[in-house]
Design a protein around this ligand. Structure first.
Ligand SMILES: [Zn+2]
Length: 152
């Protein structure tokens, strides 16, 4: 089985006036909006995301909730963001298109759940025994919690 992902090109990227939101228009006509804090939190540079383990290296809670890019540079398949503290982030068009949440573009993302402060009271759990049981579906359930709640 192969999965075909259509490559998308960004034709415009701009900051929304008076809002910490980046608006990106793709060549399929869809315009997606991304909050500054979401973009800063998803930075993939080696200082923010471990190159081998892919573990996030920044503390999301330390990012100002109203962080707004200082400037944007668009180059077809890549959006570069300069942040007020001098940090730079880079995002590929295909990644932004696939992870668009406003609007939610990818139909098979219907099972995704946004998380917020209420998650702490409803943490998904799967027992260790269920995860380790090779005859059950514990591992699948555990991984689904991670993927569909964007906890990775
Ligand atoms: Zn970074």
């Amino acid at each position: 089985m192969s999965i075909s992902i259509k490559k998308r090109i960004m034709i415009e990227a701009k900051l929304k006036r008076n809002e910490p939101i980046v608006s990106v228009k793709f060549d399929d006509g869809i315009e997606s909006c991304y909050h500054g804090i979401w973009l800063r939190d998803h930075c993939k540079c080696p200082n923010c995301k471990h190159s081998i383990s892919k573990q996030r290296l920044i503390d999301t809670s330390k990012i100002p909730i109203d962080i707004k890019p200082e400037s944007l540079t668009l180059n077809g398949n890549e959006l570069r963001i300069n942040w007020p503290d001098g940090h730079q982030s880079s995002f590929e068009s295909i990644w932004l298109h696939h992870n668009s949440y406003n609007p939610n573009i990818i139909r098979n993302k219907k099972n995704y759940m946004l998380w917020g402060k209420d998650l702490i009271n409803h943490l998904p759990t799967v027992s260790y025994a269920d995860v380790m049981n090779e005859d059950g579906d514990g591992l699948k359930r555990w991984l689904n919690h991670i993927v569909f709640r964007n906890l990775y």
